[in-house]
Each structure stands twice: as structure tokens, then as C-alpha cells.
Design a protein around this ligand. Structure first.
Ligand code: GDP
Ligand code: MG
Length: 222
């Protein structure tokens, strides 16, 4: 039986270039520079007074990544920082996060673990891992009291608390923001590959009598 079908719509044809869209959360205490970092990264601007609009704000950054396109959807928060936590709905489907503190204000560093715990308790990847998270010590142009005085080795702190790494940044002087973002994207892509590996085994061996069906096996039924 043959169906006569019209030619496939050109618009539905896939090109070879892969596109990635990643939701990235930017969290941390009030005034640490979350909005400033996003504005610097996405719009190349800096201002000393961003009005705290209540709610959630988005900014989109497009990167060329090894001949592929990576779109980063950066989620800013405003007005909810004082609660020190966010709803699951806000975190949903994020693939990466920046947790920001102000390197001149110790209390904002103390809040970092609280933010990390909130994030990890409400969001995990399909393989049960937490999402790629990078710690930012912002306002490094103003000083690094927190880093100098608390006696904590940051590498150690990152390891113990599940951060992929950390950067000293300045939204004001444009220091390390692109570097931190590239680092995060690298880790997001790695975690995405991990998920794919855990979902699609390298070799598909039929298991007789297995009650567990690999959901994809139906693709191979004739
Ligand atoms: N010196 C300095 N000030 C900054 C930096 N980033 C942000 N700020 C200032 O810190 C204040 C709070 O920044 P904002 O982005 O609104 O913080 P948010 O509440 O985390 O979004 C503003 O006055 C910013 O101009 C930075 O890298 N260096
Ligand atoms: Mg803000």
C-alpha cells in the first residue's frame, strides 16, 4: 500500500548543527551582585543601581561552542533572596547554577551552603546527581576579606560542598565572568553526556525473562 504524500516540509528538516538550551540559575543573598553579573555577561553593561524588580527575570546569552550553538537562559531572582530558598518550580529543569557571594561580606558566604542545600534538595538530574554548580566570589575589585580571613581553603570547600569549582569575579571590572560561564557550560555538557550514557547503554543485549523493559527497546521491534 502506498500513500501519496506531499514532499516533507522543508522547515521540519533537521540541519546538522546541534543546538543546546540550558537553564542556568543565579542564586545567592541580596546585594551580592547577581543582577550585575548577568547584565555584565549578557549586555556588557554595569550600573550601580539595578532596581530590584520583584519576581524572576530572564536573560539569554548565545554562545558558539565547537561549531554548535549553546543558548544560556539565565534566571535572576529579585525580592526572594531574604527567604534563602526558592520553590521547586523555579529550579525545575535547570542544568547549571551559579551561587554568588560578596567577598567583602562574610554573612553572604555563610549563606552559600544554605543555598546549595536548598538547590540540591529540590533538584537532581535524571541520574540522581546534582546539577553543575559554580561558586562565585564577587566584588573581588573591592577586596577579598572573606577569602583571606575565614581560613577556608576554597578548593577544599568546593569539594566538600559539591561545587565544580569557584572563581573570584567582578561584575564592575569584568573579571572572570566569561571564564566562569565557560567553565560552567563545560561541566553542564559533561553532565549531560553522563546522563545519556546512563540512559542508553553502549550495547543493547536482550535479556530474556527480564521484567524490566528498557523503554527504548520498542524502537527496535519490527
Ligand atoms: N565593587 C563592586 N560592586 C558590585 C559588583 N557587582 C555588583 N556590585 C554592586 O553591588 C550592589 C548590588 O548588586 P546587584 O547586582 O543588584 O545584587 P543582587 O541583589 O545580587 O542582584 C550594586 O550597587 C552593584 O553595583 C562588583 O563586582 N564590584
Ligand atoms: Mg538582583
Amino acid at each position: 500500500m502506498t500513500h501519496h504524500r506531499g514532499s516533507p516540509a522543508l522547515g521540519t528538516m533537521q540541519n546538522n548543527l546541534k543546538e543546546h538550551l540550558y537553564k542556568i540559575l543565579v542564586i545567592g543573598d541580596l546585594g551580592v551582585g547577581k543582577t550585575s553579573i548577568i547584565k555584565r555577561y549578557v549586555h556588557q553593561t554595569y550600573s550601580t543601581n539595578y532596581r530590584a524588580t520583584i519576581g524572576v527575570d530572564f536573560a539569554l546569552k548565545v554562545l558558539n561552542w565547537d561549531s554548535e550553538t549553546v543558548r544560556l537562559q539565565l534566571w535572576d531572582i529579585a525580592g526572594q533572596e531574604r527567604f534563602g530558598n526558592m520553590t521547586r518550580v523555579y529550579y525545575r529543569e535547570a542544568m547549571g547554577a551559579f551561587i554568588v557571594f560578596d567577598s567583602t561580606r562574610p554573612t553572604t558566604f555563610e549563606a552559600v551552603t544554605k543555598w546549595k542545600e536548598d538547590l540540591d534538595s529540590k533538584l537532581t538530574l535524571a541520574n540522581g546527581q546534582s546539577i553543575a554548580t559554580v561558586l562565585l566570589a564577587n566584588k573581588c575589585d573591592q577586596g577579598r576579606d572573606v577569602l583571606n580571613n575565614n581560613g577556608i581553603k576554597m578548593e577544599q570547600f568546593c569539594k566538600e560542598n559539591g561545587f565544580a569549582g569557584w572563581f573570584e569575579t567582578s561584575a564592575k571590572e569584568n573579571i572572570n565572568i566569561n571564564e566562569a560561564a565557560n567553565f560552567l557550560v563545560k561541566h553542564i555538557i559533561a553532565s549531560e553526556n553522563d546522563i545519556l550514557k546512563s540512559v542508553v547503554p553502549d550495547t543493547i543485549s536482550p535479556q530474556l525473562g527480564s521484567s524490566k523493559e528498557v523503554s527504548c527497546s520498542s524502537c527496535f521491534k519490527s
